[in-house]
Design a protein around this ligand. Structure first.
Ligand SMILES: *[C@@H]1O[C@H](CO)[C@@H](O)[C@H](O)[C@H]1NC(C)=O
Ligand SMILES: *[C@@H]1O[C@H](CO)[C@@H](O)[C@H](O)[C@H]1NC(C)=O
Length: 239
């Protein structure tokens, strides 16, 4: 038997190390999953009731992502069109390369905790003025100064009377936890870009790009038209 070469030994060592890393990180994931949140993640649009016949759209957004912003008006229009037949749950995925994604996502959880009816107002407010919280304009600001801006900005949408409650929300570990849960939930669904949409649990293609109104109609019309067994014909759309 030939003596193993140095390079072979290195390779062996590398793979042992790699499996150690994989094993220890999967252990960590299992541990994280053993602590489910007290409530399912997500903001339900207009608290629409979900029953067996409702088509459930899940949208994964980042409040400072321009494509999420562009995706919102047509989706909102589609929800108006279908009324109670379609429900929407928005999940947040604060993207790591957007410096203020986590703090703005946290603001949404704070608003939702204070008065859940204001959540979507604030989301729209962020979408409308999100440039203010892009990386470049906040480049020279301290994190504390950015949070201060976000607090004042959020109070404009949620209500001035909530200003101090929003500020304390940023010191409350619970709102940090809720935002982490959103992040973990989104990544556990395999989502790594925004916007990403799921319809009745199936992911739509072209994640990361907004869908326009007509594209939404093409997806949902067949599902609404085809109730029960006939719906099976339409499944090919997703498969
Ligand atoms: C919650 O927000 C909604 C929408 O802005 C408002 O109409 C309602 O009065 C608020 N509720 C409370 C308790 O402040
Ligand atoms: C940040 O600060 C540097 C140095 O003071 C300055 O040159 C730059 O223009 C500032 N950038 C912004 C976006 O304010």
């Amino acid at each position: 038997m030939q003596r193993p070469q140095f390079a072979t030994l290195l390779l062996l060592l590398q793979s042992v190390l790699l499996s150690f890393v994989i094993l220890s990180s999967s252990k960590w994931i299992v541990k994280a999953q053993s602590l489910p949140p007290t409530k399912p993640d997500g903001f339900v649009y207009k608290n629409r009731r979900v029953d067996l016949g409702t088509i459930v759209v899940e949208a994964f957004f980042d409040p400072v992502c321009p494509d999420s912003r562009d995706a919102w008006p047509p989706l909102k229009q589609v929800l108006e069109h279908y009324g109670s037949r379609v429900s929407l749950v928005v999940h947040l995925l604060p993207l790591p390369y957007h410096d203020n994604a986590y703090a703005t996502s946290r603001a949404l959880h704070i608003a939702n905790t204070l008065n859940s009816s204001t959540t979507f107002c604030l989301l729209e407010w962020f979408f409308k003025y999100q440039e203010r919280f892009y990386n470049a304009p906040t480049h020279n600001m301290s994190r504390a100064a950015v949070v201060d801006e976000i607090v004042k900005f959020s109070a404009e949408a949620v209500g001035d009377t909530y200003l101090s409650a929003i500020a304390s929300g940023f010191n409350d570990k619970k709102t940090d936890l809720l935002t982490r849960v959103s992040f973990k939930f989104s990544t556990s669904r395999g989502v790594s870009g925004t916007p990403t949409f799921f319809v009745n649990g199936f992911v739509l293609p072209d994640a990361g790009s907004p869908l326009d109104y007509n594209e939404w109609r093409k997806i949902i019309d067949p599902l609404v038209g085809a109730k029960g067994v006939q719906g099976a014909d339409q499944l090919h759309f997703f498969l």
